[in-house]
Design a protein around this ligand. Structure first.
Ligand SMILES: [Fe+2]
Length: 171
């Protein structure tokens, strides 16, 4: 079984369409993943960061739905992204292998940053492809989301500096 259905990618536009459909699946899975990460986090600052990013992620879903409706004949359909499934699964492993507390928080923080980096790479390509295709409104929408992903990642880096120290001291 191939990663892609053969002949799905016929030209640059269909390559772009597929990319944004993968992104919709990514974001839909992250909405669920973040809800579980919020429940499993004890650090207030981290919980707050996840909650803020959950709200932003719901906005990311709306932007992608708008884009896909325009280029996919109104058919807003995602394409299951196995990479994000695996990344979220790695967070679930952290939860099952740790007690609630700082160590788990530090592990989930690292998982969240892996997810952010994956999203940053994916949105960067999608924005560039939209640019090449002349979809200037899409470029703007994708750039807004990319900026929010980068900001979320920077915030997590800042939180990690404290959380990691506290996790190491607690252990
Ligand atoms: Fe996102």
């Amino acid at each position: 079984m191939g990663f892609l259905t053969p002949n799905n990618i016929k030209d640059f536009r269909s390559l772009y369409t597929l990319q944004v459909r993968y992104l919709l699946s990514t974001e839909n899975q992250i909405v669920k993943g973040l809800q579980s990460m919020i429940e499993n986090t004890t650090d207030d600052q981290l919980k707050q960061a996840f909650q803020t990013h959950l709200q932003e992620t719901q906005g990311h879903v709306s932007r992608l739905e708008q884009i896909i409706a325009e280029i996919n004949d109104g058919d807003v359909d995602d394409k299951k992204d196995p990479i994000i499934t695996a990344l979220i699964g790695s967070g679930e492993n952290i939860v099952s292998e740790s007690d609630k507390g700082l160590l788990r928080d530090a592990g989930l923080l690292a998982t969240a940053q892996k997810i952010e980096h994956y999203e940053i790479a994916s949105y960067g390509s999608a924005r560039n492809w939209a640019q090449v295709l002349g979809f200037s409104e899409h470029v703007e929408l994708l750039q807004q989301t990319l900026d929010e992903e980068k900001h979320a990642d920077e915030l997590l880096t800042t939180i990690a500096q404290q959380t990691n120290q506290r996790a190491a001291a607690a252990a």
